[in-house]
Design a protein around this ligand. Structure first.
Ligand code: PEP
Length: 266
C-alpha cells in the first residue's frame, strides 16, 4: 500500500496536468542523422502551429539524447529517456543514472515498459525503485502497466492492472510527479487495440485507485499506448479518461506523429 503524499499540488502544475500528453517512444530505432531530422521536423511544425498544442515529449535512445536536446532546448517540446538505472553512480557498466539523464536535459523517463519487463526480466521491486530514484532526481516517470492477451482473455485484466499499480508505484509521490501509461501487451506493435469501452474501464480503475491512495491522485495523467496511429488517435483522445497517448511506431514518422498531436482535445 502506498502512503498518502504530504506534498501539496502546486497551482501551476494543476493547469499543466489538465493538458493532454503526446509522448513518442522511439525505442532502439534510427541513426543520429534520422534523430536530428525528426527532432528538427517536429520543431519546425511546432513553430508554425496555429492552434494550442498538447504537451509533447520525445524519448530518443540514449546516444541521441544530447543531439535531440540541442535541437529542442528552447522549444515547448520536452525530452524523456526510455529507461533509468536505480543507483546514483558506481560500478554499473552500461547503465545510466537519473542524475545523468537530467544532466543531458531529460525531464521524463519511461519506466517498466513491457519490452524491458520481458527482455531484461524487470520485476516490480526494481520498477518501484526506478520510479522512486527518478522522482528524487527530478525526473517524471511514465510508468507503463498492462495485461497480456491471456490475462485479458481469462478476465483478469483489471486485477493485473490493479496489482501492478500497487506494487510498481513508489511509497510516496505527488500527482504532478508521475504519469501512468496503460499499454496492453497484446496491443503493442500489433495493430490490435482494445475497444473504447475496455480502455475506459481500465483508465477509470486506474484513476479510482490513484484517487483512493494519493491525495489529488485523480489528477495523475493516464495515457493509452499500443498501436496508436494517425487514424485512431482522435477516437482515443476523445475518451473522457484518456489524458494522452504513448506512441511507438507512429512517432517515428513525422506526418503521422503530427496528425496524432493534432488530434489532441485539450
Ligand atoms: C510502445 O511500445 O510504447 C508503443 C506504444 O508501441 P506502438 O505504438 O508501436 O504499439
Amino acid at each position: 500500500m502506498w502512503l498518502l503524499s504530504k506534498n501539496v499540488l502546486p497551482e501551476d502544475k494543476k493547469e499543466e496536468m489538465m493538458q493532454q500528453y503526446i509522448i513518442g517512444n522511439w525505442k532502439m530505432n534510427g541513426t543520429k542523422a534520422e534523430a536530428q531530422k525528426l527532432a528538427s521536423g517536429f520543431l519546425k511544425r511546432i513553430q508554425e502551429a496555429e492552434r494550442p498544442l498538447p504537451k509533447i515529449v520525445l524519448c530518443p535512445s540514449y546516444p541521441y539524447l544530447t543531439t535531440v536536446f540541442d535541437i529542442l532546448k528552447n522549444s515547448p517540446i520536452e525530452m524523456g529517456a526510455q529507461d533509468v538505472f536505480p543507483e546514483k553512480s558506481g560500478p554499473y557498466t552500461g547503465d545510466v543514472s537519473a542524475i545523468q539523464l537530467t544532466d543531458v536535459g531529460c525531464k521524463y523517463v519511461i519506466v517498466g515498459h513491457s519490452e524491458r519487463r520481458l527482455h531484461h526480466k524487470e520485476d516490480c521491486a526494481l520498477i518501484r525503485k526506478k520510479n522512486d530514484v527518478a522522482i528524487k532526481a527530478g525526473l517524471r516517470p511514465i510508468l507503463c502497466i498492462g495485461e497480456s492477451a491471456e490475462e485479458r482473455k481469462s478476465g483478469k485484466a483489471l486485477h493485473v492492472i490493479s496489482s501492478q499499480l500497487k506494487s510498481d508505484l513508489p511509497e510516496s509521490f505527488s500527482p504532478h510527479e508521475m504519469i501512468i501509461a496503460y499499454e496492453p501487451l497484446w496491443a503493442i506493435g500489433t495493430g490490435h487495440l482494445p475497444s473504447h469501452e475496455e480502455i475506459e474501464e481500465v483508465m477509470g480503475l486506474i484513476k479510482h485507485e490513484l484517487s483512493l491512495h494519493v491525495s489529488g491522485g485523480g489528477l495523475v495523467p493516464i495515457l493509452y499506448g499500443g498501436s496508436v496511429t494517425a487514424e485512431n488517435a482522435l477516437g482515443l483522445l476523445e475518451l473522457p479518461h484518456v489524458d494522452g497517448l504513448l506512441v511507438g511506431g507512429a512517432s517515428l514518422k513525422l506526418d503521422d506523429f503530427w496528425d496524432v498531436i493534432n488530434a489532441s482535445q485539450r
